[in-house]
Design a protein around this ligand. Structure first.
Ligand code: PEP
Length: 393
């Protein structure tokens, strides 16, 4: 939680009684709380190393932050605790009744004997974990695994034809969707070469306007007219070298969808953003902006590629656990924005130095439904090994 230091009042050794107010970012330490506290406004407060073994009734504790607080045996009744954060808090034996607990975050807390509306919290968590995992496992089987090669600025037309001919010989009946995202100049060659095969063709960008004075750009309609099915949008190389922003990625995504293309939208954090521990903020922001005004039905036609920028073309791959963590976070973010059904239907790929050696482990993860492959897609044998790994899932 971020605290606005200027707004903080440190209330040490304060005594809180009925109808007290500490709203507005108060920090409460070493305080005394009477056994029954009703109708108090603690919204946005921060409790540190405090003993709060009290019963809070009809109180507003929304957005509060609790750290190293003793709430053992405490009670919350008909109170608003939404969005509160509990860090290393002793909640053993605490009883929550008829209170709003939406969006709370709990880390490193003691939960033994804690109940919510009479249900034991540990049992609820176990039940949720089991069902949640089964749900996603099941959905993984029904979600389409998609392996897409991003050729970037590589291959002349004869070279493209040769690579696709070699790939065709290997990929006759893949257990996943296979896409070759080739340079614009190779699209026609690729469409011709892959006719009658399971390999689909994608472009690496498209403009958001239908036509006009946009020198050097290609519209979504032009791609569709050629027979192109997919388009990569928001690749980090476009963001880094060609000034692509979340706003233009959003416009391109909407234009691609309107034209009937299936966008592969790339998101991912920079190395220093990961080091600053803001990966989730960066990803959530990109998802919200890149898919602004995209409907749930349209979202289901999109693929999202999680591509940590530090892993692209560097040979430095995210670990399978790191990839899973962020792909699961993307799905959870989509679930908040679009509901669980849409979120569970979306294919989420990992991209960033995925190769024949590491693909199987990355693709075994429940929320990693496929891969966007740069370097390794330029070698038919390596790309085919990745396709086989996706088939095993
Ligand atoms: C990419 O271009 O999207 C990519 C992941 O590249 P590489 O596999 O070479 O890291």
């Amino acid at each position: 939680m971020e605290l606005n230091k200027e707004k903080i009042t440190l209330i040490a050794d304060c005594e809180v009684t009925d109808k007290s107010k500490t709203a507005g970012g108060a920090v409460v330490r070493t305080s005394k709380f009477c056994a029954d506290i009703s109708e108090c406004d603690f919204e946005g407060s921060c409790f540190v190393q405090t003993n709060l073994c009290a019963t809070f009734k009809c109180s507003d504790m929304s957005g509060d932050y609790f750290e190293e607080v003793d709430l053992s045996g405490a009670g919350f009744e008909r109170s608003d605790v939404s969005g509160a954060e509990f860090n290393e808090v002793n909640l053993s034996g605490a009883a929550i009744i008829d209170s709003d607990m939406s969006g709370i975050e709990i880390s490193g807390c003691k939960l033994d004997g804690m109940t919510i509306d009479g249900f034991n919290v540990r049992e609820l968590i176990e039940f949720y974990k089991k069902n949640h995992k089964e749900n996603f496992d099941m959905k993984k089987n029904v979600r389409k695994a998609v392996i897409a090669g991003n050729w970037k600025m590589n291959k002349t037309r004869p070279e493209a034809k040769a690579l696709l001919e070699e790939l065709k010989g290997k990929v006759s009946d893949p257990g996943c969707e296979v896409i070759a995202c080739v340079p614009f100049t190779n699209l026609e060659t690729a469409i011709e070469a892959t006719k009658g095969t399971p390999i689909k063709v994608g472009a690496q960008n498209c403009h958001f306007e239908k036509s006009g004075a946009f020198t050097g750009e290609i519209s979504a309609d032009m791609l569709v007219e050629m027979g192109v099915e997919y388009v990569v949008l928001g690749h980090s190389e476009r963001r880094q070298y060609f000034g692509e922003t979340d706003e233009t990625v959003n416009k391109r995504t909407r234009a691609a969808l309107a034209a009937g293309l299936k966008p592969i939208v790339c998101v991912g954090e920079l190395l220093w953003e990961r080091e600053c521990n803001i990966t989730e903020e960066v990803i959530a922001r990109q998802i919200k902006l890149d898919f602004y005004a995209v409907s749930a039905e349209e979202l289901k036609k999109c693929i999202i590629a999680y591509e940590p920028v530090w892993a692209i073309g560097t040979g430095k791959t995210a670990t399978a656990d790191q990839a899973e963590e962020v792909c699961a976070f993307i799905r959870a973010t989509l679930a908040k924005l679009y509901g669980a059904d849409a979120a569970e239907a979306v294919t989420i790929q990992y991209g960033g130095s995925m190769n024949a050696g590491n693909a199987e482990e990355l693709l075994s993860k429940v929320n990693v439904d496929g891969g966007l492959i740069g370097g390794a897609s330029l070698k038919a044998a390596d790309f085919n090994t990745i396709i086989e790994a996706a088939t095993k899932g």
